[in-house]
Design a protein around this ligand. Structure first.
Ligand SMILES: [Zn+2]
Length: 477
């Protein structure tokens, strides 16, 4: 494939990095993993979603969820993982229907983000076309490219296509990484960050982990050719023949490696856990923790939204990284990390948010859910919030780039304090969050979306959230 102009081929290198807004820190507690699983590599666990209703009478399963937008982008991706070349080469085609007029198409190039670039990773773009006509590309910054298309009218479907080459960073603690023949493919596609009602989302790159900072729901059909003998765990439905489909999801990710696999069910949801064979972790032990956590979270916040849940445990990764229907975790994370990442299936994957602009929404609500499932709510409340973060949970990532040490307590823990300060029961808060999920599913929520839901159980919600710094209460676009 022809490389794009050197401006795009040259990945800019950013400064030092810390945990980004959706890569979660290492666990502080662990479930027992001292008992190795039975020699069998396949386990089967069945749990039920028919749990009793929450004590306040709020039945999350009875809440009607809004439908995905019908004009969401439809992606078709053909890609090949070439380990010898240390690359993924492919094409992305997008059937894109903007809800208002524009004059360009924007792509995010997260492999050029700081931590992946520092490890040798990068994304190069090749030829691009709009409805078959070649279009010129230029680079706004390392992680943002623009195709100069000329006027695109509103509500008219456009066929955009672009070729890309991802060079894999090696041994980095990131969502995009290669360790031996094991590969994490996260935030690796040149997706179009069009937010209905708002237009192109051009958050500045952060010095923290680069990621798809806005979760915009789209359909994905992916054909991914991988070396023989390796297992692929990914988002969506595995249709066989190296193809996957995922509907109304904000991204598509995969982990590829030589895995020990355990399979089970959480209610009717198939769960697949793969543990890299270079690790001592037990796939069956992870599976036995995933199924009850997934079932419990579905009881609180409504049905699990995707056709399956896949979890890959791979080396050189601390904590976990969530994608819709697929989670990446490092070794030794059969812990609070596990329930936290499952909670992100509701808070990030189902209800999207701009993780660069409003990191407290998905991280704060996932932390709340984690605290309920792990029964660690009291310990969350006991954690002090550091100076510089107290009262500022609504700050965007550029603010936290300058305050890495305060980030976790301020953005993950502080929203739990805020919800606790509403003065209602935890069951009532859960009820409000179930309503938040139902009302904002498949959409990009903003702080006022959270407040509106909380007001259904706590009339003082706006003042309380403002007191903790979620005061940037923008209306939904
Ligand atoms: Zn998180």
């Amino acid at each position: 494939m022809r490389r794009f102009a050197s401006a795009i081929a040259l990945a800019l290198v950013f400064g030092a990095c810390a945990n980004g807004s959706s890569k979660d820190a290492s666990p502080t507690t662990r479930r027992s993993t001292t008992t190795k699983a039975a020699p069998s590599t396949t386990a089967s666990t069945t749990t039920t979603l028919a749990a009793p209703p929450a004590p306040n009478g709020c039945d999350a399963s009875s809440l009607k969820r809004v439908e995905p937008r019908r004009d969401r982008t439809k992606y078709t991706i053909d890609a090949t993982l070439d380990l010898a070349a240390n690359q993924v080469r492919g094409s992305l085609r997008a059937l894109f229907t903007p809800d208002k007029a524009t004059d360009r198409i924007v792509m995010r190039l997260w492999p050029n983000g700081p931590t992946t670039a520092a490890g040798g990773g990068r994304m190069d773009l090749g030829d691009a076309t709009l409805d078959g006509r070649p279009v010129a590309l230029s680079l706004v910054n390392a992680t943002t490219a623009v195709a100069a298309t000329g006027p695109i009218p509103a509500t008219t479907a456009q066929r955009f296509a672009v070729n890309f080459v991802v060079t894999l960073p090696r041994d980095v603690d990131e969502r995009l990484s290669r360790v031996g023949t094991t590969v994490r493919l996260g935030s690796w596609l040149p997706l179009l960050p069009w937010e209905p009602g708002a237009g192109w989302t051009l958050d500045p790159p952060t010095t923290s982990n680069a990621e798809a900072s806005t979760s915009i729901h789209a359909d994905f059909d992916v054909h991914l050719v991988t070396p023989p003998g390796l297992t692929v765990l990914a988002s969506g439905t595995d249709r066989g023949d190296r193809t996957w489909s995922a509907s109304a999801v904000p991204d598509w990710a995969a982990s590829i490696g030589d895995f020990t696999v355990a399979r089970g069910l959480a209610g009717t949801v198939p769960v697949v856990v793969g543990v890299d064979k270079t690790l001592n972790d037990s796939a069956a032990m992870y599976l036995s923790a995933v199924t009850p956590a997934l079932t419990e979270l579905a009881r609180r916040y409504g049905a699990y939204p995707w056709p399956a849940y896949t979890l890959a445990i791979t080396p050189k990764l601390k904590g976990g990284i969530e994608y819709p229907g697929h989670v990446m975790q490092g070794p030794g994370t059969n812990s609070r990390t596990l329930s936290h990442e499952i909670a992100h299936q509701w808070f990030y994957a189902l209800v999207g948010s701009d993780q660069g602009r409003d990191p407290w929404i998905d991280e704060g609500l996932a932390s709340w859910a984690e605290a309920q499932v792990e029964t660690t709510y009291r310990s969350f409340l006991a954690k002090p919030i550091p100076a510089g973060g107290a009262g500022r949970m609504g700050e965007a990532m550029p603010y936290w780039d300058q305050r890495h040490g305060a980030y976790y307590r301020s953005v993950y823990v502080q929203p739990v304090h805020a919800l606790g300060a509403l003065g209602v029961s935890t069951a009532a808060v859960d009820c409000a969050l179930a309503r938040f999920v139902a009302a904002n599913a498949y959409r990009v929520a903003v702080p006022s979306s959270v407040v509106d839901a909380l007001k259904t159980v706590a009339p003082n919600a706006e003042a309380v959230i403002a007191r903790f710094g979620g005061q940037r209460l923008r209306a939904a676009p």
